[in-house]
Write a protein that binds this ligand. Structure first.
Ligand SMILES: [Zn+2]
Length: 89
């Protein structure tokens, strides 16, 4: 039966430090995993040019210029890289 005391006891358990500690631990592990992943693979393909690093002309099909978004590199830094390292673009 759900009495008032049972509900308040369940609420106390949900608010207990052990649960917070566990959630915090999981968050720290995810955070560290993401940080390691950023260190190993800091780039992703440029969204603007699809990783090609160039923009083709729309009329002269063989003409192209460097992608302005990634400066022709075809890659951009993943979110958070600048927080974890001082790598330049
Ligand atoms: Zn690009």
């Amino acid at each position: 039966m759900w009495t008032d005391s049972a509900i308040s006891r369940a609420a106390d358990q949900a608010r207990s430090p052990a649960v917070y500690g566990y959630v915090l631990l999981v968050l720290v592990i995810i955070f560290l995993g993401y940080a390691v992943s950023l260190r190993l693979h800091p780039y992703r393909p440029c969204r603007s040019c699809d990783g090609k690093g160039r923009k083709e002309g729309s009329f002269f099909r063989r003409a192209y210029s460097d992608c302005t978004r990634c400066n022709g590199k075809g890659r951009t830094l993943r979110a958070g890289v600048r927080i974890f390292s001082k790598r330049d673009r």
